[in-house]
Design a protein around this ligand. Structure first.
Ligand SMILES: [Zn+2]
Length: 217
């Protein structure tokens, strides 16, 4: 690799000072995961490769500016957290109603059933609420970045494929000159996956690719 013989390579930032992510390639001026500025590498401007030049051209297109305004769809993880939040709330409310009712029907089997059911339902509801809340809080904390992007390469994690959930990894080059690898949760068998060489707007959150809208360069 050229970077190992480059005398400036050992001065380059290898960990982002802002988000702590490992930077996969020396000489980048921006962190690919949080877009924070990194130590500027000399000659980066001249080194801008043809892909980045193509992306800068893409950024002039009206379709690009339109795609930039889109809201990416929820990832499976985010959708699950929101479901847990909603269902947890319903279970908790029903559980508390059952417990409340049991106070007026304290006697016999009905009272016992109401108390047992109410306790179980409100406990389950509380757990789901907490799980959903912590996941969506964690995901919401990281900013979503929309940028011009070129898909260099895709690989999939076959070890996880047996569970029915496939995680893909995309190496992406951005119009800002940064490059990184991003994970992408598979959305199911019928999905049409992004292909190598695709250009457009990529929506990323930390080290995760949320969505990509195709815009031809
Ligand atoms: Zn960063």
């Amino acid at each position: 690799m050229a970077s190992t013989t480059n005398p400036t390579a050992k001065d380059a930032v290898t960990v982002c000072p802002e988000c702590g992510a490992k930077i996969p390639k020396a000489g980048m001026s921006l962190c690919p995961y949080c877009a924070s500025p990194l130590q500027k590498s000399p000659g980066l401007e001249q080194d801008r490769n043809p892909i980045v030049k193509r992306l800068l051209g893409l950024e002039e297109k009206p379709e690009f500016k339109e795609a930039l305004q889109e809201t990416p769809p929820w990832t499976p993880e985010y959708a699950q957290a929101r479901n847990q939040l909603g269902q947890g709330r319903v279970f908790l409310i029903i559980g508390l109603i059952l417990l409340g009712t049991s106070m007026t029907v304290a006697e016999g089997l009905l009272g016992l059933t109401l108390r047992t059911g109410g306790t179980a339902l409100s406990a389950l509801g509380a757990i789901w609420l907490i799980l959903g809340l912590s996941t969506s809080r964690r995901l919401d904390k990281q900013r979503i970045i929309a940028r011009s992007a070129y898909l260099v390469q895709r690989r999939s994690d076959t070890a996880l494929a047996q569970s029915g959930k496939v995680t893909y990894y995309f190496t992406i080059t951005f119009g800002d000159g940064s490059e990184g690898e991003f994970s992408y949760a598979g959305r199911g068998v019928n999905e049409e996956l992004y292909s190598n060489g695709m250009t457009g707007v990529a929506f990323t959150r930390g080290q995760e690719l949320l969505h990509m809208t195709r815009v031809r360069a």
